[in-house]
Design a protein around this ligand. Structure first.
Ligand code: CA
Length: 342
């Protein structure tokens, strides 16, 4: 009698756990491939996206910018200088600040550019941003359109039978609007054309602009007749400070489904191994109905938090002490492996 009752109780416990998991009440933690597997191949190339896919990332990120002829391309900066040879191929096309803006070039022109590992200028010389990554100016890479990237991911979803999500970002929406281009509207139209229409699907639409998040929720998405999960990206800049309390976070939560902070806003950089200074932002975001996906987790030299000591120890603290729901990382293989073992 006692035995069967105990067995029944155990069984109910197992069933309840199964129900919680399958209903999503306990959300699964996710890995977002930041600009693809950008720790290994030049960021935002289709090659980096295919590698991220093969590494088992749950979502793959697209930063989206518009060209002169209104085409959507996948690139992080609104300028072409850091990741391409634009200065050599198109002399005399820089603006007064010396930079070449994607919005001043047609897609046909952008197709002619060679993409390589990101560089910074040191004493007039191009120096690779992350020295240990894919060698700058080797092999052959190009800028892809958003359509090409969505077709790559959807094609792989078909051929592998998996369902890997997308995580597009509207880059500098105010800059685009000032240039006469409504990037937010164009991006939503493209997502709709590729079948992304509901919050139930694996798509998060992100931006650093609070005004754009509100515009998406109040105008653009309703006008398109679709509903997508929105993520409010934030840094430590003054413009976001009002959000970092209970009422601010509730206001953000009225519009956004996710909160994407710079990771040092969650665990202070001056934490020590025995004393992690964890902010209340994850708690506030969860209480406002938002998931939390901080950026950016990098394993390169000098990029691992000093209090952590290793990339994996850093993930452990963020995922299981700060209790984040997902992470943007340049090294999706390492994060996928970490969560699998955990
Ligand atoms: Ca981004």
């Amino acid at each position: 009698m006692m035995d069967s009752r105990r067995r029944a109780v155990q069984l109910i416990g197992v069933l309840a756990m199964g129900l919680l998991t399958s209903s999503g009440a306990i959300a699964q933690k996710i890995v977002v491939a930041h600009r693809g597997a950008s720790g290994y191949l030049p960021e935002h190339t289709l090659e980096a996206k295919a590698m991220a896919y093969a590494m088992g990332a749950d979502y793959i990120e697209q930063d989206v910018v518009m060209t002169k002829d209104d085409q959507l391309i996948v690139i992080h900066d609104i300028t072409l200088d850091r990741t391409t040879d634009v200065a050599e191929k198109f002399p005399g096309r820089a603006r007064a600040d010396g930079k070449h803006y994607a919005i001043d070039f047609t897609l046909a022109e952008i197709r002619q550019l060679a993409v390589s590992e990101g560089a910074r200028i040191v004493n007039g010389e191009r120096v690779q941003g992350y020295a240990a990554r894919f060698p700058m100016r080797t092999s052959s890479f190009r800028i892809a359109t958003l359509a090409e990237e969505l077709e790559l991911i959807q094609g792989l979803n078909k051929s592998t039978g998996r369902d890997i999500g997308i995580y597009p970002e509207i880059k500098s929406p105010e800059f685009h609007l000032a240039e006469g281009k409504d990037l937010g509207r164009a991006l939503v139209a493209e997502l709709k054309a590729y079948g992304y229409t509901s919050k139930a699907q694996k798509v998060f639409l992100q931006t650093f602009s609070w005004e754009e998040v509100k515009r998406l929720r109040d105008e653009i998405l309703p006008e398109a007749g679709i509903d997508l999960k929105l993520v409010m990206l934030v840094g430590d800049e003054e413009e976001y400070q009002w959000m970092f309390n209970e009422s601010g976070m509730q206001e953000v939560g009225r519009y956004a489904d996710g909160f994407g902070p710079e990771k040092s806003l969650l665990i202070a950089p001056d934490s020590t191994p025995g004393n992690l200074k964890i902010s209340n932002l994850v708690e506030l975001a969860h209480a406002s109905g938002m998931q939390v996906h901080p950026y950016t987790f990098r394993a390169d030299e000098g990029q691992v938090a000093k209090w952590a000591g290793s990339f994996e120890a850093m993930l452990e603290a963020f995922f299981f002490e700060a209790e984040i729901d997902g992470a943007f990382t340049d090294f999706p293989d390492r994060a996928v492996e970490f969560l699998r073992e955990r």
